[in-house]
Design a binder for this molecule. Structure first.
Ligand SMILES: [Zn+2]
Length: 344
């Protein structure tokens, strides 16, 4: 693969202070022969310290992260930080502008194409820039997600149980410092091509919060996200002051949880209308009925009742009522087993 990137920017990653610019991604079309897609990017730098990469909008229908990051760019003063912060609120800008999970230009799901491809279509080309140019300068990577239009999470700060036990503990301490309603050790249904997977392979501390969803912007979730990002900066010594706990924000303490296995992802067994029996955050017992699929075209057919695969709580649910066979309708989280993960 050829070196470098096809994406250009006026950002100088070594310059002190605050810069706002674009990543100019070549996009030659019928309407614009030498056209570019211009993705907003901000850089904050003050002296020597760690570099944090904050991204959102990798999926275009996940809005809390981009909104929180745009708030951060507007309000953060470079003199208040120590180190460097790179902020890209809408990494997959074409998808965000379309309000769709995948890019309307090449149809690709950005979080399945990392580390990207310099010679690829627009989505892998953007992914390649992140891994080729930004990854080598990054110490802490945070990619903000939510459930998008078809899922909704209890706002959670997520990590994966990386093999390096020392880094796992450090990551876990930072997850707790963020102060989301849920602090989660997650398990990917499919980890191929995910941004965090590539940073993980390079031994870089990484986080993948799932902050709400349902295709909306929730007031409380944006607020706790903005506080959570500042908490991370304080936790890593990039900002003065102490972490503001959920209790100090007037919320319940963070719930330490995990997605223990892939059975935790409950898929719809059939097409129809899904009627959930429980709400986000509710406790469930193994075997308990959590919802049922109705058949709107057949009144004589009994609905298909769906049971909880294990005890725990409803971490994530599908807001749209219409389901197809194989749609994810629920994720059942469990209380975290600290000892199993070698965590304190
Ligand atoms: Zn996402």
């Amino acid at each position: 693969m050829a070196e470098g990137s096809r994406i250009r920017t006026t950002i100088d990653y070594e310059q002190e202070g605050k810069q706002i610019s674009f990543l100019a991604v070549p996009n030659s079309t019928n309407d614009s022969a030498y056209g570019t897609v211009t993705i907003p990017i901000a850089l904050f730098k003050n002296g020597v310290g760690p570099t944090m990469l904050l991204s959102g909008g990798v999926h275009g229908d996940e809005y809390e992260g981009p909104v929180a990051l745009m708030n951060l760019v507007r309000e953060l003063k470079p003199e208040l930080i120590q180190g460097r912060i790179i902020v890209i609120p809408c990494l997959n800008l074409p998808a965000v502008l379309a309000g769709e999970r995948c890019s309307p230009i090449d149809g690709l799901n950005m979080n399945r194409v990392f580390p990207g491809d310099r010679e690829g279509t627009i989505t892998p080309m953007i992914a390649h820039y992140v891994c080729q140019v930004l990854l080598p300068m990054t110490d802490v990577q945070v990619d903000l997600h939510s459930g998008g239009k078809t899922l909704e999470y209890v706002p959670s700060m997520n990590m994966w149980a990386c093999p390096d036990l020392q880094r796992r503990q450090k990551t876990f301490d930072a997850v707790k410092a963020f102060g989301a309603p849920v602090s989660l050790i997650d398990k990917f249904l499919d980890s191929t091509g995910i941004l965090n997977t590539v940073f993980e392979q390079h031994g870089i501390m990484n986080f993948g919060p799932e902050l709400g969803g349902a295709g909306r912007v929730d007031t409380d979730t944006v607020k706790l996200t903005n506080i959570g990002i500042l908490n991370l900066l304080r936790h890593f010594g990039m900002m003065e002051g102490s972490v503001v706990t959920p209790e100090q924000q007037g919320r319940a303490p963070t719930r330490l949880a995990e997605v223990p296995d892939l059975d935790s992802y409950v898929m719809s067994p059939d097409a129809g209308l899904y009627e959930p029996f429980i709400n986000l955050g509710d406790d469930v017992e193994k075997g308990m009925a959590i919802g049922r699929v109705h058949y709107p075209d057949n009144l004589q057919r009994a609905p298909w009742v769906i049971q909880a695969p294990h005890s725990g709580f409803l971490l994530c649910k599908r807001p749209p009522g219409r389901v197809q066979r194989g749609d994810n309708i629920a994720i059942i989280g469990q209380n975290l087993d600290l000892a199993k993960h070698g965590l304190r």
